[in-house]
Design a protein around this ligand. Structure first.
Ligand SMILES: [Zn+2]
Length: 857
């Protein structure tokens, strides 16, 4: 018997096919909260002669019996260790055989929410990435695919699994999934549930029963999820030609869930916050997110399930592509410009931050210790950006030919990034050797641009450098698609958008026969995930903000102006007048769409300002940043009081609430105006709005304003009284009072909240609500006395013992620690070392913490 070393890394280069082929897996569950019995009959055929049969599964599986074709193998041929069960080749037939195991598991003791667990009396599962091994002994890897047949015995009324139902009667259900799948897509749900139901007929005429399952009483909050599902199914047929392939599609909402949602074949399981919504309880942002995530999980049916990943190193194959698809979907449903800008904001806030710190890794990593730590912004969001670049390089037609070939060639496969790139090469004839660095190299390239104007010729000179990241000191030049347009001195576009393909470290591009010197609008649509620096003055930025025809570039010009002012202010210099003037012209421009104006009015957050300062070689001071932002916001409000006040009144939406794009966009502008006016009206507008608003969007916005001013007490009490029994609203309630608190009070407030009885911290949403709220309060988390670090470290240690995945993920609050001053660094490092010194720390958290500590060494 060997003990597996918990710090052993897995390497991509070590991939070997599984030595057995599975033709069927039959599972029988006898459900009981603390003693569920699982029988697994797996039909296996040796692939290439004799080999040991190694099955994943360790602690928590109580092995009752093990039979090979009905006979128990000799005990000397069966070896169990902490993570596997091995049956020696000598005990196995050299022809097809069936391995039948019976194990007992205790779902009620499963606080990690991986495998089979209980949530409010309901059984449910989460198997991605490696949860199935906590259910039974199995080759738990994505390239082992087979047909599953599932029998569930339980007294609970609703019993669900993947595929199509074969038999349903009281106490028993049988499900058969005809599509071979890996174990991570297995799901089971059993509980007292109620459904919102509908039907969908696919393009080729298949009639599909649709159900969204919730707790009885919640049906009135599940209608929007159903609408979103139907829209997604139609969109995937129209845009990608992909139809649904089973007779039923079930979605289940569950309160205790580590992730957002999971695309199990035919049985998607969702965190309830991504299903349940009503105007009184959910914000516009919640509605948009529900629509996007329902779509995302549904789209996985093709990009993830029908074509899955060969191994977990290829995670971005399914996630990058599916995020890209859900982004396209949202762009089609709502404002494409606003969606693009919001996606870039998210990318910069999460992925750039990751890429510039100790946790940087490529979209396709080549090693990991714990795969759960790689469900990251780099794999998801950067994975999607890489696909966006591919589409720029091969064009829309090339992209759709490549996708058709991908679905044709790889349906039923467990594929790799090489397979994915090969279909683009074959469909378009383009060599993608250099492009592949986007998948294999970490780090955000820095692109520098210089301009030269002579005799009617504009020359743009670019240089690219990708800074070193852990384990990757030097990186070759990448292919960077740079979308550029030219704007004449009168504001008219003189050259429409074209893609410049940069392939060298230094490269120049010429635009000839120009009458007068134009202004270049560069990186339109954010055509590549890079940091662009160019020698540009504030007047030129203001010109682009006024005239650029590309909405992203226009917004970006305003953003740059704001960041330039804010970083100067944070360093004690006078700044901001130019920005305030330029933004005034934009917000008064009623021809610009309201959501776009709202985005332009919203100042960059403290975190983004800190990132910019660090990139410019300064040590960010969280308190000075916070003060700079408050100062600029107050001055904006003072300068544009009348316009803002007019916008605030005019953008009020009359009539009953609708989550549709148009009213939501008006509300977003109204709320942006409120946020600024709140700096000078003492909270009067927010106070009135909180009292009269009939929807959670405006109430939450008003509440945030009041908390900022230290006036939130009675509004918070009202929310608490009205929604004490509504988990999702109370999660917001926890978050907002820490996130929006004056930084000096944030830790004390978090401490008080953590002492409340309803801080049931083992629920991932509630834990994230509080700890995530503090992490989002930049100056509060980075309090100079280290109290934010200590509070967070204490809770991470506590959470790690119950739910390692959540603890590891939340530990990223510390990921930027090396960029701060020596005092903060010392305190953050001490907190990280305190976590690392914890006896029995999980592999998940240990990997994260040691990577972060290593960065300061
Ligand atoms: Zn996904």
């Amino acid at each position: 018997m060997t003990q597996t070393d918990a710090t052993d890394a897995q390497y991509l280069a070590d991939y070997r096919p599984y030595p057995f082929i599975l033709s069927e897996t039959r599972l029988t569950f006898d459900l009981s909260p603390d003693a569920t019995q699982v029988q697994a009959a797996i039909s296996l055929t040796p692939r290439n002669g004799a080999a040991d049969l190694v099955l994943d599964g360790g602690r928590g599986l109580d092995l009752v019996s093990l039979l090979i074709d009905g006979t128990a193998p000799d005990a000397s041929h069966v070896i169990r260790d902490a993570e596997t069960l091995t049956i020696r080749a000598a005990a196995l037939p050299d022809r097809p055989f069936t391995l039948t195991s019976v194990v007992r598991i205790d779902p009620s003791a499963n606080t990690a929410f991986e495998g089979l667990y209980l949530s409010n009396g309901m059984f449910c599962t989460q198997c991605e990435a490696e949860g199935f091994r906590h259910i039974t002994f199995y080759p738990d890897r994505p390239d082992v695919m087979t047909v599953f047949h599932v029998t569930i015995r339980s007294g609970l009324p609703v019993l669900l699994s993947n595929g199509n139902p074969l038999r349903q009667k009281p106490g028993l259900a049988e499900w058969h999934d005809p599509w071979p799948k890996p174990a991570y897509l297995f799901a089971l749900v059993a509980g007292d549930l109620a459904a919102v139901s509908d039907r969908f007929t696919t393009a080729s005429g298949r009639d599909v029963a649709l159900n969204v399952w919730v707790r009885p009483g919640d049906q009135d909050r599940a209608g929007f999820a159903m609408e979103s599902l139907i829209k997604s199914m139609r969109w995937d047929e129209q845009v990608y030609g992909r139809e649904y392939d089973l007779d039923v599609f079930n979605i289940v909402a569950v309160d205790d869930f580590n992730m957002g949602a999971m695309e199990n074949k035919g049985l998607n399981i969702f965190n309830s916050k991504l299903v349940l919504a009503s105007p009184e309880t959910a914000t516009d942002g919640d509605y948009e997110r529900i629509e996007a995530v329902i779509a995302h999980e549904y789209f996985h049916n093709w990009t993830g399930n029908r074509i899955t990943c060969r191994d977990w190193f290829q995670l971005c194959l399914k996630e990058g592509l599916t995020v890209f698809r859900d982004q396209q979907f949202t762009s089609d449903m709502r404002s494409a410009a606003v969606k693009r800008i919001s996606d870039v904001q998210t990318l910069r806030a999460r992925q750039f931050r990751e890429d510039q710190g100790p946790l940087a890794h490529p979209p396709r990593p080549d090693h990991y210790q714990e795969i759960n730590n790689f469900y990251t912004a780099t794999v998801y969001e950067k994975g999607a950006e890489v696909i966006g670049m591919l589409k720029h390089l091969v064009g829309d037609d090339g992209y759709s030919r490549a996708l058709d070939l991908y679905f044709d060639r790889h349906d039923g496969d467990a594929a790799t990034i090489e397979d994915w790139l090969q279909v683009f090469q074959d469909a378009t004839g383009r060599d993608l050797t250099q492009f592949k660095y986007w998948y294999t190299d970490a780090g955000t390239p820095r692109l520098t641009m210089a301009e030269d104007w002579q005799d009617g010729v504009l020359t743009l000179r670019f240089t690219q450098v990708t800074p070193p990241t852990p384990g990757q000191p030097d990186k070759p030049a990448r292919v960077i698609p740079i979308a550029v347009g030219l704007i004449g001195p009168n504001g008219d576009e003189v050259a429409a958008t074209q893609i410049l393909e940069m392939t060298e470290a230094h490269q120049e591009f010429r635009f000839k026969n120009l009458g007068a010197r134009p202004v270049a609008s560069v990186l339109r649509g954010f055509s590549a995930p890079v940091v662009l620096s160019r020698d540009i003055d504030d007047d030129t930025r203001a010109f682009l903000l006024a005239h650029d025809s590309d909405p992203f570039a226009r917004w970006e010009a305003g953003r740059d102006l704001a960041l330039s002012a804010l970083t100067q202010l944070a360093r004690g210099q006078a700044a901001g007048d130019g920005y305030i003037g330029a933004i005034g012209r934009l917000i008064a421009d009623d021809s610009a769409d309201p959501a776009f104006r709202a985005l332009c009015l919203t100042l960059p957050g403290d975190e983004e300002i800190a990132t910019r300062l660090a990139a410019e070689g300064h040590i960010p001071d969280p308190d000075a940043i916070h003060a700079a932002r408050s100062d600029l916001a107050r001055r904006m409000a003072e300068a544009h009081q009348d316009t803002l006040s007019d916008i605030y009144d005019r953008m009020a939406v009359e009539g009953p609430y609708s989550p549709d794009a148009e009213p939501a966009e008006k509300r977003s502008l109204r709320i942006a105006a409120l946020g600024l006016l709140n700096r000078i009206d003492g909270g009067d507008r927010a106070s009135v709005l909180f009292g009269v608003a009939g929807n959670m969007t405006e109430r939450m916005a008003a509440l945030t304003c009041l908390i900022r001013l230290g006036r939130g007490e009675s509004a918070l009490a009202m929310i608490e009284e009205q929604f004490a029994d509504n988990r999702l609203v109370m999660d917001k309630w926890f978050t907002v009072q820490v996130m929006a608190a004056p930084p000096a009070d944030a830790v004390a407030i978090a401490r008080d909240l953590a002492g409340r009885r309803d801080f049931d911290w083992k629920n991932p949403n509630r834990f994230r609500a509080l700890l995530g709220g503090l992490a989002a309060n930049h100056a509060g988390f980075h309090a100079a006395d280290g109290s934010g670090y200590d509070f967070t470290a204490d809770w991470l240690i506590r959470m790690d013992a119950a739910n390692p995945q959540i603890a590891a993920r939340m530990s990223t609050a510390f990921e930027t620690w090396p960029r701060y001053d020596p005092n903060r660094r010392a305190k953050a490092l001490a907190a990280l070392e305190q976590i690392a010194a914890q006896p029995g720390l999980s592999k998940n958290t240990r990997e994260m913490v040691s990577r972060m500590i290593a960065a300061g060494a």
